[in-house]
Write a protein of this length. Structure first.
Lengths: 348, 336
């Protein structure tokens, strides 16, 4: 008897509850502006959604041109948006990053932006953040756990584009040895894994290309320098070397220079377009550089933060990605203005 | 006072033939490896490749020479990589801002020597164990430097200093400059350790600090000197690395480089219990690591496997060190 009453009640409750939800939803809908409202009202609406919101940003480290530039641009954008930007610098230490993100999730910012060291480190924390209703944006190196938005390079595309260039200049009919060396970053980083995949797929289309060395230099120019010196010794007729980051590939370019092979061994790199990248293209040390434009990425990151906050959607209710547009910097189209200098005022 | 080579005859539980020292074992292993690679790795046995091999480990070798001085005196300097990175980075920043290169280099050297003095003071006078002192001072110095004098992780060698870049990229009679500098530093350290009274004092210090002190050796000022030398030599290593890549990435301090340095030092037979080993130990240790690394690179072996091999070699070296220099009541006491 009692059971029956319960069942009837719950049957009634369900439509009632959904009705209430619908009504609430409708209310939220009407709270937004109609098309005919004034721009002052629009501004008021946007301000009401952004004002006093906290955006937390955890890069792998500050101190590299790339991360300093992002942070610089993000601060400018945050000021314009009227949100509060909190920066935590784990100084290239994975444990410190894990701790920082865990602590931030507990303090519940409105948006959490992370730059993953590798595909696994933060996976659990990102899920926890999403469950706690925090929007999560991942930058340039994505985790195994995907969140509201990814902003950064499409690494497979980057690898493929360089691969196609290498096929064009070292492949069939080029008269070269077809020998290519690859300098990877950290083996477990998404940027490294996906660039390698895109590159190897592209060069596999031409059987005359041989990858004679493919080793990890852990984003370190000195390691890239030593590896390249050894490879040049074994393969003096090397046609090209491709490094997954300009700052690291700088070391490989210096090894090519020390061996007196500038121009003969074509040095390719991808990167954010810092001043040194442009200098290397201009001096001929880099044959071609694929730029994914750090300052633009900084802007895109904050635009996504703004977008998520204004949308009012539930955290984790979408999986979006915004891929940076890559462009080649070569000696022919060289323009120093394409590259950036980190503004002197230090990122704090 | 024990000198350069310790023979197995003195050790308990010997498992090697009599009169074999650790550096001889390492040399033999190196020769076997070189022969093995020459037979089975195409492209290994050429003058060019052997020079490349030596060049790639020259910076490691120079660092190990500095560490050797400290370890022979039964100390340890974990802040060495900070000296190697921060000094040259500071100098390059100054040079980039327009300071004459000589002056900038002197400023960089002065900075790292200060770190050496700090280490020496804390260890000799406050009597804090070297392990903790240098671990802390390294973090402290690097953090302070990042906050004040370094603008980001990477310092670039300013353009137009081709003479400086020659130190890393040039060659004399076909021999790359890093090897030449390694040889020069090795010769200087060898002369210091074996031909001067300071060198003999350092061995005495490592053998027994108490005995050295009782026999009138100024052990505390000597400690200061040891850590200053270690830091200054690390600065030279940093300059060679900077000239090779034309930039300094101070991020190197969070790499495993310091363990590679300790690996080379221990491998060659410089016992962590002090007073033993010589420059020759560093040279053979460096040669073995260089051969291994070069062979693995030519084989295109992946990074994780390379780490496994390095770990195994370090374990073997410590095992041999333990057998040759068994711990007893006297040598077990550390950090006095």
């Amino acid at each position: 008897m009692l059971k029956k009453t319960f069942r009837t009640l719950s049957m009634l409750a369900l439509p009632l509850a959904s009705g209430a939800l619908l009504a609430l939803g409708a209310q939220a809908q009407t709270a937004d502006l109609a098309g005919g409202n004034s721009s002052a009202e629009l501004k008021q609406l946007v301000t009401s959604k952004l004002k006093g919101k906290t955006v937390a940003w955890v890069p792998t480290t500050l101190g590299f041109p790339l991360t300093d530039m992002w942070t610089h641009v993000m601060k400018q954008e945050a000021e314009q948006m009227g949100v509060n930007l909190v920066v935590r610098d784990p100084a290239f230490n994975t444990t410190a990053q894990l701790d920082a993100v865990t602590a931030l999730v507990a303090s519940k910012p409105d948006v959490l932006i992370v730059h993953n060291f590798n595909v696994q480190l933060l996976a659990k924390q990102l899920k926890a953040a999403e469950d706690a209703g925090i929007y999560v944006i991942q930058v340039n190196m994505v985790s195994n756990y995907k969140t509201d938005a990814y902003v950064g390079a499409d690494w497979e595309q980057i690898g493929r584009m360089v691969g196609e260039e290498v096929v064009a200049s070292c492949g069939k009919g080029s008269g070269s040895s077809g020998k290519v060396a690859v300098i990877q970053g950290q083996l477990t980083s998404a940027a490294s894994i996906e660039q390698l995949k895109g590159f190897t797929t592209a060069v596999a289309k031409d059987p005359s290309i041989k990858i004679v060395s493919s080793q990890a230099a852990d984003w370190d120019a000195t390691k890239a320098n030593n590896l390249t010196t050894s490879v040049l010794q074994q393969h003096p007729d090397l046609c090209a070397t491709f490094g997954f980051w300009g700052t690291m590939q700088d070391g490989a370019a210096q090894a090519v220079k020390a061996a007196g092979k500038v121009g003969k061994v074509k040095v390719y790199a991808s990167g954010e377009g810092s001043r040194q990248d442009c200098n290397n293209v201009n001096s001929g040390l880099f044959h071609k550089f694929l730029n994914y434009n750090g300052p633009n990425q900084g802007r895109a990151i904050m635009q996504q933060a703004s977008n998520l906050l204004q949308s009012g959607r539930k955290a984790g209710s979408a999986r979006m990605a915004f891929y940076s547009t890559p462009s080649w910097i070569t000696k022919d189209n060289f323009d120093p203005a394409v590259c950036f200098d980190v503004p002197k005022a230090k990122a704090k | 006072m024990t000198t350069g080579r310790t023979t197995i005859a003195a050790a308990k539980g010997a498992f090697l033939p009599r009169h074999v020292s650790q550096d001889q074992v390492v040399l033999a292993v190196t020769v076997v490896l070189v022969l093995f690679f020459s037979l089975f790795l195409t492209g290994f046995a050429s003058t060019g490749n052997l020079l490349t091999l030596a060049r790639n480990v020259s910076v490691l070798g120079i660092l190990s020479l500095g560490m050797a001085i400290v370890v022979i005196a039964r100390g340890l300097d974990l802040s060495q990589i900070v000296s190697m990175a921060v000094g040259p980075a500071f100098a390059m920043n100054l040079a980039g801002a327009g300071m004459p290169l000589g002056l900038a280099l002197a400023a960089g050297l002065g900075l790292v020597v200060c770190l050496g003095v700090f280490n020496g003071l804390a260890i000799a006078f406050l009597e804090i164990p070297a392990l903790f002192t240098t671990l802390a001072s390294g973090f402290l110095a690097y953090g302070l430097a990042r906050l004040t004098i370094l603008n980001g992780f990477i310092a670039y060698v300013p353009p137009g200093h081709e003479g400086f870049v020659f130190l890393g990229q040039g060659a004399v009679f076909g021999v790359p400059m890093p090897i030449v500098i390694f040889a020069a530093v090795a010769l200087l350290v060898h002369l210091l350790m074996s031909r001067t009274s300071i060198g003999r004092f350092i061995y005495a210090h490592g053998d027994s600090a108490a005995a050295a002190s009782l026999s009138g050796i100024p052990v505390r000022p000597l400690t200061l000197l040891e850590y200053m030398l270690c830091a200054a030599i690390a600065f030279v290593a940093g300059l060679v690395a900077a000239a090779s890549t034309s930039n300094v990435n101070t991020q190197v301090i969070s790499s495993t480089l310091i363990f590679d340095v300790i690996l080379v030092v221990v491998l060659g037979g410089i016992s962590l219990s002090g007073g033993r080993g010589s420059v020759w130990s560093v040279v053979v240790g460096t040669a073995l690591i260089g051969t291994l690394l070069n062979g693995m690179t030519i084989r295109n072996m992946d990074g994780t496997l390379q780490n496994i091999v390095k770990g195994l070699v370090l374990l073997a070296a410590i095992l041999i060190d333990n057998r040759l220099h068994p711990r007893d009541e006297e040598t077990a006491r550390q950090g006095e």
